[in-house]
Design a binder for this molecule. Structure first.
Ligand SMILES: Nc1nc2c(ncn2[C@@H]2O[C@H](COP(=O)(O)OP(=O)(O)OP(=O)(O)O)[C@@H](O)[C@H]2O)c(=O)[nH]1
Ligand SMILES: [Mg+2]
Length: 174
């Protein structure tokens, strides 16, 4: 009687299909390991995000370098006499701004149009729109339009009301 009872108990713990049980155990172990080694993507925001690229674009002598120098002085309280390339300033705890003066040629315009976050489009107020401004706007249309802010310079050279009318006829504004 005791023997029969022991056999029943042992049978209760023996798998009916040992190979299937083995396969099942291996599969479960593999799933456990996979769960443990899931590649974790670090989604925390970058400590130092890339700088905002501000491009200064306009025809020759419109005042691009002057504006860039003024902006650098505004952020750093330093006057840079000779600006020979892009300048990055720190404007906040987690924010930098890179100012780039765009050369007055089509290749530079295309390059700038692709990378700029903000374009300061400079227009000589005493002269009016120039070919380069229109060309640049066309380039922007083809290469993804960044934000554009117009900046008028040489307004101090407009002396009289009649001169204003001469430079900006109403037909040009329509
Ligand atoms: N009167 C007047 N002169 C200005 C103004 N803005 C710039 N200028 C003068 O215009 C001249 C040319 O200025 P820049 O800043 O060198 O012009 P730019 O666009 O960098 O010129 P390039 O780099 O040669 O294309 C300088 O002598 C400036 O002092 C303005 O608003 N009024
Ligand atoms: Mg310049």
């Amino acid at each position: 009687m005791y023997f029969v009872w022991t056999l029943t108990v042992i049978q209760a713990f023996i798998a009916a299909h040992p190979f299937a049980a083995d396969k099942h155990i291996r599969h479960k172990a593999q799933l456990d390991q996979q769960r443990l080694h899931v590649p974790l993507v670090d989604r925390t925001p970058a400590k130092e995000p890339p700088p905002v690229i501000v491009a200064i674009v306009g025809p020759e002598g419109v005042g691009k370098t002057t504006l860039m120098r003024s902006l650098i002085r505004r952020y750093t309280k330093h006057t840079v006499a000779n600006i020979t390339g892009p300048v990055t300033v720190v404007s906040g705890k987690n924010r930098r701004i890179t100012f780039i003066e765009c050369n007055n040629d089509i290749n530079s315009m295309i390059d700038i149009g692709k990378i700029a976050d903000l374009v300061l489009l400079m227009i000589d107020g005493s002269f009016g729109f120039e070919m380069e401004t229109m060309e640049f706007l066309n380039v922007l249309q083809a290469h993804g339009f960044p934000k554009v802010m117009g900046v008028l310079t040489h307004l101090d050279l407009i002396k009289t009301v009649s001169y204003t009318h001469l430079t900006l006829p109403t037909s040009d504004l329509v």
